[in-house]
Design a protein around this ligand. Structure first.
Ligand SMILES: C[S@@+](CC[C@H](N)C(=O)[O-])C[C@H]1O[C@@H](n2cnc3c(N)ncnc32)[C@H](O)[C@@H]1O
Length: 270
């Protein structure tokens, strides 16, 4: 038993170390390398999700905790909407890029902390109006205990937005899945060509453990629902759709094929 605990700690440390390393490599051109987060289809989803999230929050200048904030995919639009943010990320390099993107007037409304979420949640003594995270959970060794700890940090009525996570799911129709694989292959080939032409390296060989939850097929929102409900959270909305590098294939796969590989979840503390 003691040996298992030692092995678990070892694996967790390896995942953290690889996340630090790959995000140092990715930091300078992070969102350029990930057009699946910035294409028109995903931007529409992001804007709608933030509208909904801000409406649930109810007040204009909430204090939001953002975990795994990276180079500011959620931080920057939330600052534009007038909120105050504490952004936490494991990677100094991602935070360095984010710092440069924050406008002078918004700087007084942001605090950035370089830390793993696991350590941060253990040591942070405050409670928050809201917690947001985008594309973080699938990088973690232990999603369940992290989500439980996040819920404990929310004040009553506080909101949690889990955004852009890989969806773990059964294949509903093999025909639609095959068509989707065809779209995905073309989408990915064009992306690789674009990255090569723009001389943006992809660092694929550097990834082994850092997307840890992808090894289990992604994150199951139903499992998250169970964890959240056990923490006195009400599920407000779960949105599932198909993300692709480019907007048109994402739109086509989501609306015509009905295939899904990504989800967002909004919940509120009772
Ligand atoms: C896929 S990136 C997403 C960044 C940003 N949220 C976005 O949506 O563009 C994942 C981010 O989580 C950070 N990260 C990974 N594991 C972490 C951990 N255990 N604690 C804190 N941050 C972590 C990485 O450094 C990286 O910035």
């Amino acid at each position: 038993m003691a040996l298992d605990v030692a092995n678990d700690n070892d694996l967790q440390e390896k995942i953290l170390a690889e996340n630090r390393r790959v995000h140092a490599l990715e930091s300078s051109l992070y969102l350029e390398r990930h057009p699946e987060q910035t294409n028109f289809f995903q931007t529409g989803i992001l804007n709608k999700s933030l509208d909904r999230f801000c409406a649930e929050l109810g007040h204009q200048e909430s204090h939001i905790l953002e975990l795994g904030c990276g180079t500011g995919f959620l931080t920057l639009p939330l600052l534009k909407r007038g909120h105050r943010l504490t952004g936490v990320d494991l990677s100094h390099d991602m935070l360095r890029v984010l710092r440069k993107k924050i406008s002078e007037p918004a700087k007084s409304r942001v605090t950035l902390k370089a830390s793993g979420v696991e350590d941060f949640l253990e040591t942070d003594s405050g409670t928050h109006d809201a917690v947001v995270l985008s594309a973080l959970l699938h990088h973690l060794y232990d999603v369940e205990s992290t989500v439980q700890r996040i819920c404990a940090k929310l004040s009553a009525g506080g909101c949690l937005l889990i955004f852009f996570e890989p969806l773990k799911q059964e294949i509903a129709s093999s025909l639609r899945f095959t068509l989707h694989k065809g779209i995905a292959r073309i989408d990915e080939s064009v992306y690789r060509l674009e990255m090569r032409l723009r001389r943006i390296p992809l660092f694929e060989e550097d990834y082994e453990l850092s997307d840890y939850q992808r090894r289990f097929g992604g994150i199951d929102p139903n499992h998250l629902h169970e964890i959240l409900r056990s923490q006195d959270m009400e599920i407000i909305d779960t949105e599932k759709y198909c993300s692709r590098r480019y907007g048109l294939p994402a739109f086509f796969a989501t609306h015509l094929l009905g295939t899904e590989n990504t989800f967002n979840l909004l919940a509120k503390k009772r």
